[in-house]
Design a protein. Sequence first.
Length: 272
Amino acid sequence: MIRFENVHKTYKTGTDALRGVTFTIDDGEFVFIIGKSGSGKSTLMKCITREERPTEGYVIIDKFVISKMSSALVPVLRRQIGIIYQDFRLIETKSVEENIAFAGEIIGVPRKKLHQMVDIVLGAVGLRDKASSMPLELSGGEQQRVAIARAMLNSPKLIVADEPTGNLDPETSESIMALLSEINRNGTTVIVCTHDSNMVDRMKKRVIEVDDGLIVRDEHASGYTAEDKTALPKSMIDEFVPEVISLSELEEKEETLPEFPPNPGEEEEEEK
């Protein structure tokens, strides 16, 4: 579980990136974080990964107050979090297999076990045949799949993706989001920061919208834009609003107005 309690973040420049943010994300949820540039959503994501520390308030993950955690324990925290970046962040001089294995090497996973783990995640993202390829030999979608495989290596409870489809075409974006959905169905909490309105609208997941450092919307099974809950249903509109007839339809009917008898006074004047 992730919980933000009255989180504020003010930078040295005086910018208030977050202004009293409070929300909870339960285990196994899929959540979109949206908002315009400069709204504070990136700072919010960085507070989850402890790249930023709040000025005030608490960020809690699984009962651990990570906002107060010592720097020495941050690497331990990040082993439980898979992070996916918009620009992939692959090491160009290492093969696909080596890029993924590197995440296990730095925490001391035995070589034999690591090789098995890499093979499993490569299979999960459909890239076993690209294991020996170099990053620059891959398409953008394939590079992002490698980044997802690397994030999955340590079987994290949480995956945080910052604009994972930002550099990809629509078709490739669909496949990347389908992969993240599958990971989520297997029990991993997935948080995606995105500007992709079409994707958010299609997937209908929980949406947390940030604006000017505040949470302005938190809705389940929602889209990129908040629905107008005050609007009347179409059935009610059809019932109470009369049918509108166009001018062309009136002309086709060629109806003539009835003739009314003149007023008695008008007849007398005409006779005179």
